[in-house]
Design a protein around this ligand. Structure first.
Ligand SMILES: [Zn+2]
Length: 210
């Protein structure tokens, strides 16, 4: 009897939340499970994210997994090998508007694609292209941190330093997880005024300030 193999069906999973909510840990956990099952896995992070190791995704809790850097969504698409079954993408908010169509075509050819990223910027505004990815994903996980002021569930990333560029890399000391009540989007602006308008931290340019 001939065995007819059904072509694999792909799908998109999105993990979003504030900083310190465990997004990268959750992404790494899922990718490790796939590796243990001997599935072929490729992992990408944006070339802009130079924190931590150059060729690993590292969570704040020091979990790490080897990864490749990609400058944009087109490069991710070009570097995925035909036999890759699971594709992980960290810091999806640092990719361009082409990411949703790139992951759609990967899922269409049978891959499981998992994207983690910030759903909001430091002003609490949706952080493109994560909203578009949430709209097309089969599975969505929202991770929450704990408010560093009051201890309630935190959904926002509070910037503590005076800088109004949208992309400002940093971790402890630059950002805090905050709940809805303790989140203050005007704090970064007020801090910048207090410092006389000078940016005190290295920042990458923001092509489209909001
Ligand atoms: Zn709070």
């Amino acid at each position: 009897m001939d065995v007819v193999r059904t072509p694999a069906v792909g799908w998109i999973e999105v993990i979003v939340g504030s900083m310190f909510s465990g997004k990268s840990e959750e992404l790494i956990r899922r990718l490790r499970r796939a590796q243990i099952a001997r599935q072929r896995v490729q992992i990408f992070k944006p070339a802009v994210d130079t924190r931590f190791a150059g060729d690993h995704i590292v969570s704040h809790s020091e979990l790490r997994i080897p990864s490749e850097s990609a400058a944009n969504a087109a490069e991710v698409l070009a570097r995925v090998r035909p036999d890759t079954e699971v594709i992980g993408i960290d810091e999806g908010q640092f990719f361009d508007a082409g990411l949703p169509s790139a992951v759609t075509s990967l899922a269409a050819r049978g891959a499981r694609v998992i994207v983690a990223g910030l759903d909001q910027d430091y002003l609490g505004k949706p952080f493109d292209p994560m909203p578009q990815l949430l709209a097309i994903a089969e599975y969505i996980t929202k991770t929450r941190a704990i408010c560093m002021v009051c201890g309630n569930p935190a959904n926002h990333t509070q910037r503590l330093v005076g800088n109004r560029t949208r992309v400002l890399l940093g971790a402890q000391g630059t950002y805090e997880a905050r709940c809805r009540r303790c989140f203050d989007p005007s704090l970064a602006e007020a801090e910048e005024r207090r410092q006389g308008g000078a940016s005190v931290t290295a920042a990458t340019g923001d092509p489209e300030p909001r």
